[in-house]
Ligand binder design. Structure first.
Ligand SMILES: C[S@@+](CC[C@H](N)C(=O)[O-])C[C@H]1O[C@@H](n2cnc3c(N)ncnc32)[C@H](O)[C@@H]1O
Length: 302
């Protein structure tokens, strides 16, 4: 049986590691993505955005100075750092994540940028490392869909919230069932799709945990650009890439051969009448064989 949690944990561990060598084009894509889901240009000056959210829960509700706020699945800390400014020095933000790599990225960001009221704890959102009635607001951005037992997550959020506390969630829900193939696709598991529940089921579990529910906004287009969309693009890209590489290899072989023959001719003509035909022949053969070997080695390496 597939270990869903292990796949998700490893997946996000790799994303966190990858973000260390994040290129400018990835940063730009993450920024564009964040803007498309409700973050402002000003928000984007805050560290920790890895383009993994599906909304902006920090903007959904009122978070005030002095609040204790918990972020379920805090990633590299983006939402925690945004909330940190709202709660101020009299408040506190706690980010919980089960990925060690994400936590160290988040902690690194916190110490580098001096977020003293933010703490990151390792833990599973199905079993929170927090006291009962200790939090004013719980936020979560695109994480609960990744938890196999969503009832537990909602019950845990309810347990740690003070009476009258609020849970602001941005998440992915399904509008129709996925095929078994999609449910077992590891890319879709990490990509916030395979673990998602039908909207009615999701809201039902949330209600059963004790929450009164208001839907603040819905975005059906996001799946085209971000989730199933991204996976679709990835698949296309992968196929395209494979085709491209295979074609490139054959093309490379053909061009390599032509280039080798051409080099032989060039050497032949450059040497001209200064040497005899035998020497020209030997030298052009040596050079073209040398080129062929180098080309072949590059081809094998690729
Ligand atoms: C899609 S990312 C979102 C990160 C962050 N909320 C953001 O918007 O940038 C999901 C995060 O949730 C974490 N996560 C997934 N399942 C979890 C679980 N059961 N317990 C704790 N963290 C979990 C992952 O490690 C990852 O950092």
């Amino acid at each position: 049986m597939v270990d869903f949690k292990k796949i998700v944990k490893e997946g996000y561990g790799n994303i966190a590691k990858c973000s260390v060598c994040c290129c400018d084009c990835k940063k730009m894509r993450d920024a564009e993505l964040a803007k498309s889901i409700g973050y402002s240009d000003d928000d984007l000056k805050t560290p920790g955005n890895l383009g993994l959210g599906c909304g902006n829960p920090t903007a959904l509700g009122k978070i005030k100075a002095g609040d204790v706020v918990l972020d379920l699945g805090s990633g590299a800390g983006f939402d925690c750092f945004l909330v940190s400014k709202k709660v101020g020095s009299s408040g506190k933000v706690i980010g919980v994540d089960f990925s060690e790599e994400m936590l160290s990225k988040a902690r690194e960001n916190a110490s580098k940028y001096g977020y003293e009221n933010v703490e990151f704890r390792q833990g599973d959102i199905e079993s929170l490392p927090l006291e009962n009635n200790s939090v004013d607001v719980v936020i979560s951005n695109c994480v609960i869909n990744l938890a196999p037992d969503k009832s537990k997550v909602f019950e845990e959020a309810f347990r740690v919230l003070k009476t009258g506390g609020k849970l602001y969630v941005s998440d992915i829900v399904l509008l129709e069932e996925l095929s078994e193939e999609k449910k077992n696709d590891e890319n879709l598991m990490v990509g916030c799709v395979a673990g998602a529940l039908l909207k009615e089921k999701y809201l039902d579990l949330m209600g059963k945990a004790g929450f009164e529910i208001s839907i603040l906004s819905e975005d059906k287009e996001i799946s085209k650009t971000q989730y199933q969309g991204i996976n679709w693009i990835q698949y296309i890209f992968k196929d395209w890439f494979v085709v491209f590489v295979m074609k490139a290899k054959y093309m490379f072989m053909v061009f390599g051969l032509i280039q080798t023959i051409a080099l032989g001719f060039i050497i032949w003509f450059l040497l001209g009448d200064s040497v005899g035909i035998d020497t020209r022949l030997v030298l052009s053969l040596v050079f073209s064989t040398f080129t062929l070997i180098v080309e072949w080695m590059t081809y094998i390496k690729n």
